[in-house]
Design a protein around this ligand. Sequence first.
Ligand code: ATP
Ligand code: MG
Length: 722
Amino acid sequence: AARSAPRYLEGLNPEQSRAVETVEGPVLVLAGAGTGKTRVLTTRIAHILGQGLAWPSQVLAVTFTNKAAREMKERIGVLVGGAVEGMPWLGTFHSIGVKILRKHAELVGLKSDFTILDTDDQIRLIKQLIQAEGIDDKRWPARTFAHLMDSWKNKGWGPGDIPEGDARAFANGKGRELFTAYQDRLRTLNAADFGDLLCHPIRILKNHPDVLAEYHAKFKYILVDEYQDTNIAQYMWLRLLSQRPKGRPANICCVGDDDQSIYGWRGAEVDNILRFEKDFPGAAVIKLERNYRSTAHILGAAAHLISHNEDRLGKTLFTDEADIDDPKVQVHAAWDSEEEARAIGEVIERLYSDQNDLNEMAILVRASFQMREFEERFIKSGINYRVIGGPRFYERLEIRDAMAFFRVVCQPADDLAFERIINVPKRGLGDASVRLIHDYARRKDIPMLAASAELIESTELKPKPRAALREVVLNFERWANALENTEHTELAETILEESGYTGMWQADRSAEAPGRLENLKELITSMSEFESLRSFLEHVSLVMDVEQNPDDDKVSIMTLHAAKGLEFKTVFLPGFEEGLFPHQRSLDEGGRNGLEEERRLAYVGLTRAKINCHIWFVSNRRIHGLWQSTIPSRFLDELPTTHVDVADPPSGYGGGNGGYGQSRFDKAEPFQNTYSTPGWARAQANKTDATRNNWGSRSGANVERIGYGETDSRRGAGRGSI
Ligand code: ATP
Ligand code: MG
């Protein structure tokens, strides 16, 4: 008798079922937004486990963010009825990389308790090296080198691999030397940076066939979400794991969408997706064409927008017929970003009072600086919100200080952490003392804490600093001894008390001090979820997209980059202005590719919405403290009129004062008319002729001049990447 299909397969369309059930051999699912790619992956894992094809520990599943990994784990649990005993190998490339590296650290000259360096530590370290080389670090900033090294590591390169031209690009040819010195220094510190979390495992798998064979045997199934955004290093990594020297290739399933490739600036190669069929001859390539997420209006708008890109594979996407009640995509104008935030806040409040969950709303910004305005507004009007993937809690000064104490306790060789807090609170160990300790440590090639322990027995330091240092050394000794047999939250609290750190903020009369103390409390609280101080430290270095109260009803604020893969009933897209979106830097650095990547980002933004999609632009924006007139994004002009409504202009802007009076926002003049104005289209195509544009501001400022600040926290979504 035919067995009835398992529950989890119910409701899948035929292509989705095929992608789920084709578990043998390589499978590529190439499909547009909202077609169920992630759902296919999740169901596929449920299928593999449900059918007993593998143990959870034999499935390697890569997601783009930690948040996505958590959600996937939950969903699998639901599908297979809660029977999933953990999925140790479900995570981001980086979190899986850490695991592999901890196991085989000695193969690349590290110990398994190595520290993961964060950006700040990394910059400080590079700066020291640059100065030690006698290079002018004003001319050759540490940040530039960090960036350069990152791009090398994204390609899987070590110091020996970089081409001559690349090596010459920094400090008159000192690039390779610095890179080597940096890696040596990391080894001495027993530390790895984020790039190493990818590159070291590659080296291990490449140079040690026995280890590679071990993982070949281990991972029966490999699954990768958001495959279009893998970089070369990640690609190499997957190839090593999936291409067996003899016999059939691994059971690997990658899903992705070339139209959503938005990490080119971080080294992602959309070509990886195109290469899949070459790498895996005979791979099953499955297309999904039905979008389950968005209304026909949203999909129509997004599809039309992305059709302006030349460089794409081209895919069909359809959804149910438009419902007469479905709202079109709404385009709104505001005077400046403050008004934009206020107006969006008002829409949110209206939706909220109509029984809409805040959890179902998101504000997706192009650049993180845009967030502040919303945060301020929402705090003022009492709208609950959360910032996802941003530099927040764990990046605060007091949190970083506290973490530095914990790091030294867990990992006494962590000089960077030690240097950060040796004189915090101030205890008379000034620069001169620190330099002395530093030099002594370098001379004897030992960590600074060990050097300190020796120095307090000698007379090299003056009595006062020596006494202060003695206390530091004894403190760390005592805390380290307590590590194994004290509850870690208790120990953490003790450390902050006994070091005088908590007291320092209690004595501080500044306005921020109470908040900092609250944050320190929150830090201890958040630690209780973890088994040990070590596992907590690891979690923090990996995860930047933690939320404090995931259950509360809150509006989400995040960058477009961080929004990949997510969906919300209502999505707000502020800042559709030339220079901001598309971002000027992408245009300057990337030319047409840059513009196309920006357009894909807009496509990602629109396709996050299930029902309501609100786009905003302002005519004045303050950038680096200076007011600039702005002109509306060319992307607005690339939206099809059939799916877009232009909302009423805000009160007071309708007059004939050169504002929106003659534009699309004049209600007497239908939206379509503006589209058919040839001058308008040309003005949009040629942005130097800003004055022709009659959407925006009075002056028609030359936007080319505007340089926006840093946009996305590289480690936001990213680090989800992590
Ligand atoms: P993106 O490209 O944005 O990552 P995706 O292709 O991964 O999108 P999913 O997030 O997996 O798409 O699915 C989009 C939405 O459609 C989800 O809410 C999902 O539950 C729903 N969905 C997918 N397949 C089906 C189906 N067969 N029946 C009903 N709903 C579905
Ligand atoms: Mg997805």
